[in-house]
Design a protein around this ligand. Structure first.
Ligand code: GLU
Length: 482
């Protein structure tokens, strides 16, 4: 059998991490089986679907490196096909028009509630007489289309993740609506559970791999496959991504869309890697840091967990830092430039490339996220340096101005080297009898405006290349001496 899988996002929001993770599992499975991965945009909900969300989803998948072999197909362009198939079910007596008004349905539910019964459609319009039907039509009542569900049926499927799953027909809520209301002979807007089946048949999907939140749709869809005379695909329901409280990760949990993670400075291979770990355990002996290509070689559903996976920021940060720490400096610099630019730092980004790469090198091993490079390197880009209260206090310490003046006097006019910088500090220790600790702390305060930060000598060399070290030492002296 040729493996054909798909991801079918609804463009009613930005690419959600749960959808992206489902895409990853589909992609991994397709690659591991030499199959195809198809992208279908489920934009049938016309009110909530928006083109900018579609764009965000396509961009996000591409950014993550989850490339699709076919598509994107858009459901909104395929309405004729769905209506034809609904008509076929009507013609074969497997579906029917139901004319209930919202008030009648409400009344029915209230009565069920009063009897302590689960809400369901009681199939009351399933066998209307031609006269009854004609009367409703004459009244001008619109109708939904309902697909008949046999209460006595037991529906079973071998789930790739969950093993055998069994549902009873009577637990499916009665005959299901497959098209919204429309008047006369019209067929209203076809609904999700129906169109997804038509599409999966039409696109020869062999395996439907999706989030566990869809598990209740599967028995209904299996009945639709049978009614449409198609082979039922293999289903696999992957565990949900949970928040710290153990509930499904939702918009209320803050950052959940791939573009948010991207903006915060997580890199694509790290996100893809972490999402794979959320629900899949690599086989023994395989490291936790891997590319999607590597994961595809060992991917199988036997190692997909049944239980939901808690989203763990610490783990994600660790995975991301592994990628950042190992990334070639040139590549990391390319990724950092947009963050510096967005922060408003002004610089000759192309002309001063070697300097930028040194800055990257200076902070690369401390980064967990790209965004963190902005505050970490602010002192290097600053046109006017701001001082923390601790730095200002340090500059006021006895001996501080002596140290600054002595260092300023010793800086050569040629570019400063690391050995020269070290020698200058030693020389000031000797000449003025000052403690090295005091000199270094004061120098840091004067050059960077803070008492914490990346390596001091390297920072000094970088500022020296810009001709900024002298300026800053003079500025510090002015500050203290008033
Ligand atoms: N459009 C559905 C969703 O975004 C996916 C449906 C499916 O995979 O069958 O959740």
């Amino acid at each position: 059998m040729t493996v054909r899988v798909r991801i079918a996002p609804s463009p009613t929001g930005n690419l959600h991490i749960g959808t992206a993770r489902t895409a990853v599992f589909n992609w991994l499975f397709a690659r591991s089986q030499g199959g195809q991965f198809i992208l279908r945009v489920e934009d049938t909900d016309l009110e909530r679907s928006r083109p900018e969300f579609t764009q965000n989803i396509l961009d996000g998948l591409q950014w993550l490196g989850i490339h699709w072999d076919e598509g994107p197909f858009f459901q909104s362009k395929r309405m004729d096909l769905y209506r034809q198939q609904i008509q076929a079910l009507l013609d074969r007596g497997l579906a029917y028009r139901a004319y209930d008004t919202p008030e009648e349905l409400e009344e029915m539910r209230a009565a069920q509630k009063a009897r302590n019964e689960a809400p369901r459609y009681d199939n009351r319009h399933r066998y209307l007489t031609p006269e009854q039907r004609a009367a409703y039509v004459a009244e001008g009542r619109p109708a939904v289309i309902r697909f008949m569900i046999d209460d006595e049926r037991e529906i079973q499927w071998p789930d790739l993740v969950r093993g055998t799953v069994t549902w009873k027909g009577r637990d499916l809520g009665g005959d299901m609506v497959i098209a919204r209301q429309a008047g006369g002979d019209e067929i209203g807007q076809p609904l999700y559970n129906f169109v997804v089946v038509v599409d999966d048949i039409d696109m020869s999907i062999s395996h439907v791999i999706r989030g566990e939140d869809h598990i209740g749709n599967t028995p209904k869809q299996i009945l639709l496959y049978e009614a449409l005379g198609a082979t039922v695909p293999v289903f696999g329901h992957t565990p949900l991504i949970l928040n710290q409280q153990g509930a499904k990760l939702s918009k209320r949990d803050g950052v959940t869309s791939i573009s948010d993670f991207q903006q915060m400075g997580y890199v694509a291979p790290a996100i893809a890697n972490y999402m794979t770990l959320l629900g899949w355990s690599p086989p023994e002996g395989m490291a936790e840091i891997f590319t999607l290509e590597e994961a595809a070689q060992s991917f199988s559903f036997t190692r997909v967990n049944k239980a939901g996976a808690k989203f763990d920021w610490d783990k994600l940060n660790w995975v991301n830092s592994q990628y950042l720490h190992q990334m070639p400096i040139a590549q990391l610099t390319d990724l950092l430039i947009p963050y510096w630019q967005k922060a408003g730092y002004e610089f000759d980004w192309q002309g001063q490339r070697p300097w930028l790469e040194q800055v990257t090198h200076l902070v690369s091993q401390s980064l967990t996220r790209l965004e963190e490079a902005v505050p970490m390197t602010e002192y290097l880009f600053a046109q006017t340096l701001a001082y923390t209260p601790e730095a200002t206090a340090q500059l006021g310490q006895p001996g501080a101005t002596t140290a600054i003046a002595a260092i300023a006097a010793a800086i050569p006019s040629t570019p400063l080297t690391e050995a020269e910088a070290q020698a200058i500090v030693q020389q000031v220790v000797k000449a003025h009898g000052l403690k090295k600790g005091l000199i270094m702390k004061t120098l840091r305060a004067a050059l960077t405006g803070s008492l914490q930060g990346p390596d001091l000598v390297q920072s000094w060399l970088l500022l020296n290349q810009l001709g900024q070290d002298q300026l800053r030492l003079q500025q510090a002296l002015t500050l203290v001496e008033g």
